[in-house]
Ligand binder design. Structure first.
Ligand SMILES: [Fe+2]
Length: 220
């Protein structure tokens, strides 16, 4: 059976985000979201909090524990993590850490030309291509359509699994990007089921993009 999912989202554990676990879970229950891929900056704390709350409430929401890790050359997401991964390491070392935890490597907004944290050196992506499990082919905060399209072209070229990320930092951004996919058991099954994943909402988030910048630098 297909289930609704939101991937690439931030909680209050990210400096530029404000989503509280309680509110996130309320949103999921209200909108029948069954899978949440929580990926705070350099920390799995937010994902663990949401997971713990989901279990405590005996909800059917499955939380994928992840983190969006700042490498020395741009951001890489690890999914199915068990512990934090240090930031500012090389892309390869970060990928090795993710793999050593049996995690999956998810490349967020790889070609977003408006974003400082993308991997600018494309040869780094190509060199490490075999370790990448999932490419984010749409990100709601990627404001130029061409940049998302380039990610899709890359994923087609290397035959990678595709995902669509909300990159939600605020509650109102959660609805921007919703994916449908079959339920899964574990990491390998997740990858298998991604073959059937498809987006059912893909909206851009101009407001969220600006609000995060303000929050980060002015503590709004
Ligand atoms: Fe993000």
């Amino acid at each position: 059976m297909m289930q609704k999912a939101i991937f690439h989202l931030h909680t209050h554990c990210s400096k530029d985000a404000s989503i509280q676990p309680e509110a996130l879970l309320d949103f999921a229950l209200k909108h029948d979201i069954k899978i949440l891929g929580v990926t705070d900056h350099n920390s799995i704390q937010g994902a663990l909090e949401v997971q713990e709350l989901a279990l405590r409430k005996s909800s059917a929401v499955k939380v994928i524990v992840g983190s969006e890790i700042a490498t020395e050359s741009g951001e890489v997401i690890g999914l199915f993590l068990k512990k934090d991964i240090q930031s500012r390491m090389s892309v390869l070392k970060t990928i090795e850490e993710i793999k050593s935890q049996n995690g999956l490597v998810y490349l967020p907004h790889p070609f977003d030309t408006l974003r400082r944290e993308r991997i600018r050196d494309k040869s780094l992506i190509e060199q490490n291509e075999k370790w990448i499990d999932v490419i984010e082919v749409f990100n709601s905060r990627c404001l130029k359509r061409k940049d998302n399209r380039n990610a899709a072209i890359f994923s087609d070229r290397f035959q990678k699994h595709q995902l669509w990320g909300s990159d939600a930092h605020f509650l109102y951004e959660l609805k921007n990007c919703i994916v449908e996919m079959p339920g899964f058991e574990n990491q390998n099954d997740f990858l298998e089921k991604l073959k059937y994943a498809k987006p059912i909402a893909t909206k851009k988030s101009y407001r969220g993009f600006l609000q995060s910048i303000l929050r980060k630098y002015l503590f709004f």
